[in-house]
Ligand binder design. Structure first.
Ligand code: M6R
Length: 609
């Protein structure tokens, strides 16, 4: 959370910082700021409450010149969103931007106050600025030296970038718990929380590793560990194009990303389905290792957790492998038992989710057979810290609501199920049928996307609603959960999901003609059971929206709307049924005039606990 960008160059970098910030806004958007210093040490700082656009407006016509600078878009952790709490924070000549949390900030604050420091903000970040300043005053030394001396005093997770306005040629960046990437230019260098911010100005990147401290000038990048010893890091060329982050003809990133799902799934499948078999050679392990796996332990948060829940049905029913799925923030703080030959699977779009990363790190202390990341970001922490990884090839996802990364996560999970199933004696014909179903999925999704007008129409019914209930059975219960999460996240309508069989154990009390109940009703072996649950709602005057197959015999009535969807194979139905629910949330949020891509209080990459 929070987006950082820094630059040191021989040209004015103000615009680069502001444009970079716009691309980092998905990481936090409650306030923004920048500080630039020109060649002569003249310094300017601007901060404002609200989005980066406000900062852009505030700095317009100010003729800001900076050859070195830092900028930040904030997701508040310590201190309310406000101008004074916005970064960069300053201690006389030391300027700091920070992503993460300082756990011992209260103690440090007290100590600094007793040394005569005055705090102008409520943030933990200001502590870093003053600490560096104090170190400098007490012992002197270069910016790098004082940073290295200060790090051991700070507990917590932090990606920080620091500059000293008296020496406007050097930036120092530290990665402890929060990602930072250096963009390498010619006679200029940059640093940011995500390479996305730097795509228009660099195509070669160094991903800092945990504990790295980088000293960055126009023509040199030196990287050290926290002990101050030099370390080598590879420079990697990026093939990501600047353009792919634009909205194209769509109104919102979320809309674009929903529509990209057929292609994202095709890309995710490419090279992995060969001769009617799943080929996961990229894992680089031998069959013997895969054959040993006797249990899967999935850890994840949010939407990624929901995809893990779907896969549990698949692992157990198709691959005969017991599977447990747990929210990472719960897993990491309880005493768990590791099953024999258990593979830990970390699911994450961003690969930076703090709780998932911490749970992955914790798992290394236990006797899991290994760890596997399923992730959309190749150079992310979760990928780098897992023994094995499989990437979802969705392309960058910018909308805060996960859409295409959910469907591609499920695609990868299903491939893994087939692979492990095949080693566990899964019938060849069953394997082929599933593979055929996955390969047909992009086409099926195209067909469901073509129903978007119908879903837009239904969304109008939700304009005045404050609550909604989503129900499903079997592997569609997690899809109901995902539908509810999406609706609450972007429309702010309170939504809950229930396993349909649970209704009579409590939630039926909520049913009246004002409570919309969204039913995920694919044409599968549980449909008869689900119909009984639908009747329970109907006879109590409930308002039903049934997402179902064109071949089921539901009839539209005044309090029961049927959303007939094209045929889909049962195995891939959970992925397929997610799409209309994404569209429903999207259109409801439009009607309610919500900020679709940046819903309130949220951020795309949750790098704090
Ligand atoms: O990057 P991750 O998949 O680890 O993120 C986990 C959640 O924060 C994320 O899925 C969140 O729930 C989404 N915004 C939901 O749309």
């Amino acid at each position: 959370m929070c987006g950082i960008i820094g630059a040191v160059a021989q040209r004015n970098i103000t615009k680069i910082l502001l444009e970079g910030l716009l691309r980092l806004e998905y990481r936090g958007y409650d306030s923004a700021g920048l500080a630039v210093v020109d060649k002569f040490g003249n310094f300017n700082r601007f901060r404002c409450l609200g989005k980066v656009q406000k900062l852009i407006e505030a700095t317009q016509n100010k003729n800001l010149i900076g050859f070195i600078g830092l900028a930040h878009t904030r997701w508040a952790t310590h201190g309310i969103p406000s101008e004074v709490n916005a970064h960069p924070h300053i201690s006389e000549y030391i300027i700091v931007v920070h992503n993460g949390m300082i756990e011992n900030h209260e103690q440090l604050r007290k100590e600094l106050i007793s040394c005569g420091y005055f705090f102008s903000s409520e943030t933990d970040t200001e502590v870093i600025a003053h600490l560096l300043h104090l170190k400098q005053k007490q012992h002197g030394g270069s910016l790098l030296e004082i940073v290295l001396q200060t790090i051991p005093q700070i507990n917590g997770s932090f990606g920080i970038v620091v500059m000293d306005r008296r020496n406007p040629t050097i930036l120092v960046a530290v990665r402890i718990g929060n990602p930072l990437v250096i963009g390498c230019g010619v006679g200029e260098n940059f640093v940011a929380s995500d390479q996305l911010a730097l795509l228009s100005i660099a195509n070669s990147f160094i991903h800092l590793e945990e504990g790295d401290v980088a000293e960055i000038s126009c023509d040199k990048i030196n990287i050290f560990n926290v002990m101050g010893n030099i370390v080598n890091r590879n420079e990697i060329k990026s093939h990501i194009h600047y353009d792919i982050t634009s909205k194209g003809n769509y109104n919102h990133y979320m809309q674009k990303e929903i529509y990209e799902q057929p292609t994202a799934i095709e890309n995710t499948l490419r090279g992995r389905c060969k001769n009617k078999e799943i080929d996961l050679e990229e894992l680089g392990v031998n069959i013997k290792f895969l054959k040993k796996i006797r249990h899967i332990q999935i850890i994840a948060c949010g939407t990624s957790y929901n995809s893990g829940l779907v896969s549990r049905y698949w692992f157990e029913s198709l691959a005969n492998i017991p599977c447990d799925v747990e929210i990472a923030s719960e897993f990491r703080y309880r005493k768990f038992q590791v099953r024999k030959n258990s593979l830990l699977v970390a699911l994450s779009q961003s690969g930076e989710t703090a709780d998932t990363l911490a749970a992955l790190r914790l798992s290394k202390k236990f006797n899991f057979i290994g760890s596997l990341a399923i992730c959309n970001v190749l150079h992310s922490s979760i990928v780098r810290e897992s023994d094995l990884y499989l990437t979802t090839k969705s392309g960058i996802e910018i909308g805060v609501a996960s859409t295409k990364t959910f469907s591609t996560q499920l695609t990868v999970l299903l491939m893994l199920v087939i692979k492990l199933g095949s080693l566990n004696g899964m019938n060849l014909e069953v394997q082929h049928n599933i593979i055929k179903a996955i390969q047909t999925l992009p086409y099926r999704i195209e067909q469901v996307l073509a129903k978007d007008k119908m879903i837009e129409e239904i969304a109008k019914d939700f304009f005045n609603k404050n609550h909604a209930l989503f129900i499903g059975r079997g592997d569609h219960y997690p899809i109901a959960m995902e539908g509810a999460l999406k609706l609450k996240e972007i429309s702010y309508i309170h939504a809950e999901a229930y396993a349909a069989g649970e209704l009579k154990h409590g939630p039926l009390a909520l049913i009246d003609d004002k409570m919309p109940v969204i039913v995920i009703a694919p044409n599968n072996e549980l449909l008869r059971k689900l119909k009984c649950n639908i009747e329970e709602i109907r006879t109590r005057g409930g308002l039903l929206y049934i997402f179902t197959d064109q071949n089921t015999d539901f009839k539209d009535t005044y309090n029961m709307k049927i959303i007939q969807l094209p045929y889909v194979e049962n195995i891939t139905a959970p992925i397929f049924y997610t799409i209309p629910l994404q569209l429903l949330s999207y259109y409801v949020a439009i009607i309610k005039c919500r900020n679709i891509d940046q819903p309130r209080n949220l951020a795309k990459s949750v790098t704090v606990e």
